[in-house]
Design a protein. Sequence first.
Length: 194
Amino acid sequence: MARTESTMLELGSLAPDFRLPEPLTGADRTLNELKGSKGTLVVFICNHCPYVLHILPAFVQMARAYKGRGVNVIAINSNDVVNYSDDSPEKMALLATEYDFDFPYLYDESQSIAKAYQAACTPDFYLFDENLKLVYRGQFDASRPRNDIAVSGEDLNAAVTALVEEIPISVEQIPSLGCNVKWKAGNEPEYFNS
């Protein structure tokens, strides 16, 4: 597990489109179908990362609240499941059921969508406005496994609240930190440093 920060994709970037399978339902889902009326939060997660598991109960609860405010959440797993079998589609469906996901959890087998978003770590958050322009990319909050800071989601929640209430979102954003995306051998993007 390499501690990795998000790449901090340029604010104002348009959300890359996708069509990805959802292991829990077996259906292919698209960005256009899943986007929210006020905003869309795309988050790269996986099943086994301790950074993801650390925030997951709070994140699932917040995602449910966001949906009621017109902001839809889309989770994507781009990890290499050959070498990291805990991230397999079958286990994705189990995780989504165990934590009662109220949002789709999609599988990016080719890793092309992770590259399109310049995803680097799990969790990696991308908040887009109603026009699918990036307004926030950064941490959930300052809590990390074993740092004794309570999980609050304050950074992400502040950004979502500002988006919904049409208040400017600060451009001073702290990168997310987590396990690196588990790239397939030879498929590492140029921005991957480990």
